[in-house]
Design a protein around this ligand. Structure first.
Ligand code: BTN
Length: 318
């Protein structure tokens, strides 16, 4: 880590306490002039650093430095990371990287996307203020269906957000996370199959969390979408949140066989026990009665017959 990265780490660790130039110089083993130079350079690059009247520095509330080092610093374990200010889609970039040999757990993070991909071929609005990330997974032989991996990812995000933001999210089957009555996170799992083997070689789990996105930036989607801190300041940096989501996702992925995460998935469900519309060719209304061990939604139709849904969409009155 260079002086600038060490300095960011130091300021982050110190939170709202001021650190004098001298303290910083001693901790980093550099001169005070070097600290001063690094602080100014970081300010020029957009990091809001506050100065105390009598000397000393601290990060301004909401300071949110996003680069590979800041993500790596918070990561559990050794994984390669790529960070973009802007990218077409972290899922697309993840697939390109997977084809190029990205290992299990490789992480991509972006501050905004120009071609954010949603489920069912939709566009995912991805303005600044959101956290967009994808994780490359290399499933083992017994790889589960993508619906199960998506469910694991949903629980992983809920856990990370609960731990770092103190906000409890609900899950609308299968991949939408809600804060109150509005969607604040979407998940898209895509798979790549080997040409010769025909088996799944990699999966890319993409997660878009609306963190501080302003309502106006959602465009038409603002009726149904929201963010955790609309137009405000998050208590956690995107780098730290991305790293925690990554950690919880890999942990949940390791329990795919035992389905450990499904209990929490069911507990956080917004749809269980409610009447939902199943959005198929001929939409029908049914009661959501269960989420089975494959993370399929079991609905009871008007005639009492049960149907298990593993793909597609439902709508539910909030
Ligand atoms: C949905 O709600 O339909 C799924 C949205 C998934 C969005 C995330 S943002 C990060 C990753 N990159 C993408 O292009 N899509 C996923």
């Amino acid at each position: 880590m260079g002086t600038k990265d060490q300095l960011i780490a130091l300021l982050e660790e110190n939170g709202r306490e001021f650190l004098s130039g001298e303290q910083m110089a001693t901790k980093l083993g550099v001169s005070r002039a070097a600290v001063w130079k690094a602080v100014n350079s970081l300010r020029e690059q957009g990091l809001p650093v506050e100065s105390a009247p009598g000397g000393g520095y601290r990060l301004a509330p909401g300071a949110d430095w996003l680069d590979e080092n800041s993500v790596q610093r918070h990561l559990e374990g050794e994984y390669p990371v790529r960070v973009f200010d802007e990218v077409d889609s972290t899922n697309l970039a993840g697939k390109r990287w997977a084809i190029d040999g990205a290992p299990h757990g490789a992480l991509l993070v972006a501050g905004r996307q120009t071609q954010g991909r949603g489920r069912l071929g939709r566009h995912f609005v991805s303005p600044p203020g959101g956290l967009y990330l994808s994780v490359v997974l290399r499933p083992r032989e017994t790889a589960a269906a993508s619906v199960l991996i998506t469910a694991a990812a949903a629980v992983a995000v809920c856990r990370a957000v609960s731990e770092l933001c103190g906000i409890e999210l609900s899950i609308k089957w299968v991949n939408d996370l809600f804060v109150g009555t509005k969607k604040c996170c979407g998940i898209l799992t895509e798979a790549g199959t080997g040409m010769e083997s025909g088996s799944i070689e990699y999966m890319v789990v993409g997660i878009g969390i609306n963190l501080t996105t302003r309502p106006v930036d959602f465009g038409e989607a603002r009726e149904t979408a929201s963010s955790l801190y609309p137009g405000g300041v998050a208590p956690v940096s995107r780098a730290k949140l991305a790293a925690r989501v990554h950690q919880r996702l890999l942990e949940a992925f390791d329990t795919l066989e035992t389905r450990e995460f499904l209990t929490e998935y069911r507990d956080r469900s917004l749809v269980l026990g409610k009447m939902v519309t199943v959005m198929v060719k001929c939409p029908y209304i049914a009661k959501a009665v269960e989420i089975d061990d494959e993370a399929r939604l079991v609905v009871e139709k008007a005639d009492g017959r049960l149907e298990s849904i593993s793909y597609g969409e439902i709508s539910v009155k909030m």
